[in-house]
Design a protein around this ligand. Structure first.
Ligand code: MSP
Length: 517
């Protein structure tokens, strides 16, 4: 089985910020899960380097677009490495391999008879690189709905793609489930906009030089969105090659909600024209605000790279990943709050860290650190459903991209096990030799619970979950997540020694120990 997940390719006109980090971390969680599930996984990210936005940003800095792109594409690549992102490839649209693939893609549309010469006269949002209809422009006082900056009037000869021919087919494909657009509320917006009718799409610029020349008329460069969308196949070696065969169609295109239209309408139409299969899922997640307001450099609430690095240094990368996923049901808008980040970290420590600590310490104290076999039956109604249902629940959460659920399932299991300890009182059982069989059972169930909780946490908190499993003396290499979650640690297995997994962080960042029995 293969699995292909992508992020948008980002404009390298500055450093990555919270929004870019969010999409990339979420895609990373998905990729890690599928690798652990035993699937051959391809995770792609990259940079979208052509277009007017890059030209203007580079002019502001007094440098060439290519220089700006080289500089910041390198920053993106380095940041992803620093953040432990497990992308398998990084595509740059200024690279030869992309240019060759994108040119072949456009040639295919030309050969199909789907491209014709016309003229564009209308509004353009340069920040979004988006053509805007007269009605929308007027409704928004001729300003960008995203940046608020004035729209620019364009009038130039341009080639068009016969998008209108494909709109009924795209609509049908969404409605009959040929590809999924999620979440549902956003899918419905796309469907209703499609039903209002869509005009042909301008796909070239004759007044711009920074781009990929059209093969049949090099005076025009390819519209940056057509150039960019094709990255999802050029990175696989389009028009042919083993990777394309193995990984196309993509399983998930993960994007932010503001670029859903491009992905749910233009991209499938282009793929239909190029006679390629459609991606399976296009998932548009929500947008981050910060302390209830749109993030802005001048507002002082911008979560930029230095701020993200501080957070990681204080709480760890795994805590940032957990916070971002547990914050809201995946797909909803999000609001950054330092207090919620601190709470998310405490939750990891108080629930998962604490269970690991209690379980290891009790087993060391009462059973020499050796997993006892289940003996006398003990009521485990508070624990059994979460414990026994974990394998299916995790698979279901990732299949339906309920990433918040995927993040909370391991916590809920650990919480249930902590409650079970409070109810069964193993420290009292240990005082009575007649209760040894019950104590064996309780310890065994707690060990299985922390083991499964940590396994399920592997995609979300890869480092800490692996460190916890090491304390349990568990070797995960070569085993799939399904195998790990469907098995139990056998009686007689020797556990390791307890170390604090999530050290308590005081407001002053002093580190103290946490979680004794
Ligand atoms: N280059 C295009 C994408 C082309 S894909 C074929 C682009 N680039 S971008 O640099 O502007 O990145 C946009 C993406 O960054 C969003 O889709 C989203 O994934 C992420 N985010 C940027 N700001 C964001 C927030 N404030 N909140 C959440 N994610 C946002 O668009």
């Amino acid at each position: 089985m293969s699995f292909y997940v992508t992020t948008p390719i980002y404009y390298p006109n500055g450093e990555p910020h919270l929004g870019h980090v969010y999409t990339t971390l979420c895609a990373d969680v998905i990729a890690i899960y599928h690798r652990l599930a035993g699937e051959q996984t391809m995770f792609l990210t990259g940079t979208d380097e052509h277009g007017i936005k890059m030209v203007k940003s580079s002019a502001d800095e007094g440098i060439e677009p290519r220089t700006l792109a080289d500089k910041n594409a390198a920053v993106f690549e380095t940041v992803w490495k620093d953040l432990g992102i497990t992308n398998d490839d990084f595509i740059r649209t200024s690279s030869d391999r992309h240019k060759a693939g994108a040119t072949a893609f456009v040639q295919k549309l030309i050969d199909k008879g789907d491209i014709y010469l016309g003229g564009y006269e209308g509004w353009y949002d340069e920040g979004q690189e988006e053509f805007v209809t007269e009605t929308t422009a007027k409704d928004n006082e001729y300003k960008s709905t995203i940046s608020g900056k004035p729209l620019v009037r364009y009038s130039e000869p341009t080639y068009f793609f016969r998008l209108s021919n494909y709109v009924p087919k795209v609509l049908a494909a969404i409605e009959n489930g040929q590809f999924r657009v999620e979440p549902e509320s956003r899918r419905n917006e796309v469907v209703s906009k499609l039903k209002q009718g869509v005009e042909d799409l301008s796909i070239s610029r004759s007044s711009l030089k920074w781009g990929i020349p059209l093969p049949h008329d090099p005076e025009h460069v390819l519209y940056v969105w057509i150039d960019a969308l094709s990255n999802y196949v050029t990175a696989l070696g389009y028009p042919d090659g083993d990777k394309l065969k193995k990984f196309w169609p993509a399983d998930v295109h993960l994007i932010g909600k503001e670029i859903l239209w491009f992905h749910a309408v233009y991209w499938p139409a282009m793929l239909m024209a190029a006679e390629l299969p459609l991606p399976k899922v296009i998932f548009a997640h929500g947008w981050w605000t910060s302390d209830g307001r749109k993030m802005g450099k001048s507002l002082g609430n911008f979560i930029d790279l230095p701020r993200i690095r501080d957070v990681i240094q204080k709480y760890s990368l795994d805590a940032l990943r957990f916070y971002m996923l547990r914050a809201v049901p995946f797909g909803n808008d999000l609001d950054w709050k330092d207090a919620e980040l601190a709470n998310a970290y405490s939750e990891l420590g108080n629930v998962v860290g604490n269970l690991l600590n209690r379980t290891l310490n009790m087993t060391a104290k009462y059973r020499d650190g050796i997993v006892p076999a289940v003996a006398t039956p003990v009521d485990d109604a508070s624990l059994a459903p979460a414990l026994n249902g974990m394998e299916l629940a995790i698979a279901g959460a990732y299949e339906s991209l309920e990433l918040q659920r995927a993040a909370l399932l391991p916590i809920e299991l650990a919480r249930a096990a902590n409650t079970y300890i409070d109810q069964t009182r193993p420290f009292t059982l240990a005082k009575d030799p007649a209760k040894a069989g019950e104590l064996d059972t309780v310890l065994n169930r707690c060990i299985q619970a922390i083991y499964k909780s940590l396994v399920a946490l592997l995609p979300i908190c890869p480092q800490r979950a692996a460190a916890g499993l090491k304390q349990l003396n568990v070797e995960t290499d070569g085993k799939t997540l399904g195998q790990l979650l469907s098995s139990e640690l056998p009686a007689g297995h020797k556990l390791g020694t307890a170390e604090v997994l999530f050290p308590r962080i005081e407001p002053t960042t002093t580190v103290a120990t946490q979680g004794a029995v």
